[in-house]
Design a binder for this molecule. Structure first.
Ligand SMILES: [Fe+2]
Ligand SMILES: [Fe+2]
Length: 281
């Protein structure tokens, strides 16, 4: 039994999410075969040790604001390439959440380190979020295929528009699912550190923001698990099982590369270009 899969399943249960049993079995198997390093004690210790330095921690909050903003844009791009309306809508909501997370990280810097932000810099940080809302967002139309070689791997029936075939969409959703589990773990590591930096006056506010992050990341695991569960029910058990095992291995490798390069210690989204949404660029 792996700590990471159990933690994710516990959080899904805690928020009353109904999750496909086969999905849970495959997640447990994937994490058992390729134990995620982000759930290991060494990483928690490594993160907490760095986070003791206020300057490092403030910078890591800013890095999170940037990564959540980039992640939001990439997830939106992915949503435009999905033909199934229900899935596209779920992915768009995900993108809007990540846009909000970027702003929340900037707000946290301002709450915890109020004297260190010059007005100009504060404005620049606000721009890290793409500012997507349910009532205000970019087009939902599929992007045009500019590169014909790229189009070969796609279901290109809608003449010139970049629409991904079902397997490619499910592959991306599986990667999103595993990376959102990582995002949840990072939020759980972040929570006590945020609380340690908080003053008695802002502790309640900071804790509520952490609650929102944890809830949202759990919901991102839930919707992607829902899509995966539906695909399993359509008779694709073995494909999903193999893909979850293989994608867990790649997520672990990306994570270790990022840690080694000091790219994303403590960030909720991996910055290695090979990540989920990066594949669609
Ligand atoms: Fe997020
Ligand atoms: Fe997320």
């Amino acid at each position: 039994m792996n700590h990471v899969s159990e933690l994710a399943i516990n959080y899904l249960q805690r928020y009353g999410c109904h999750i496909d049993e086969d999905y849970k079995t495959f997640l447990r198997e994937a994490c058992k075969i390729h134990p995620p390093p982000h759930g290991m004690a060494w990483y928690g210790n490594f993160y907490r040790q760095r986070a003791r330095k206020a300057e490092w921690f403030a910078n890591s909050l800013i890095a999170n604001a940037a990564e959540e903003g980039n992640g939001s844009r990439k997830v939106w791009h992915f949503s435009r390439c999905i033909s199934e309306p229900e899935y596209a809508e779920l992915v768009r909501s995900h993108s809007i959440d990540e846009s909000r997370h970027s702003k929340m990280f900037v707000a946290l810097v301002n709450i915890l380190f109020p004297t260190q932000l010059e007005t100009d810099f504060w404005v620049q940080l606000q721009d890290l979020s793409p500012d997507y809302y349910h009532h205000k967002h970019p087009t939902t139309e599929p992007p045009l295929v500019s590169d014909r070689s790229q189009a070969r791997s796609l279901d290109n029936s809608s003449s010139g528009h970049l629409i991904l075939d079902t397997e490619k969409v499910m592959d991306e959703i599986i990667k999103i699912n595993l990376l959102e589990i990582r995002a949840l773990i990072l939020q759980l590591l972040l929570r006590p550190v945020l609380q340690a930096y908080a003053t008695p006056e802002n502790l309640a506010k900071v804790t509520t923001m952490s609650d929102v992050f944890i809830y949202d990341e759990t919901k991102h695991i839930e919707y992607s698990a829902y899509c995966i569960g539906k695909y399993i029910q359509q008779g694709n058990q073995e494909w999903v099982r193999e893909m979850m095992i293989s994608r867990q291995q790649s997520v672990n490798e990306m994570f270790l590369t990022d840690v080694e390069l000091e790219n994303s210690v403590g960030t909720t989204i991996l910055s290695t270009p090979n990540t989920v949404q990066g594949n669609l660029e």
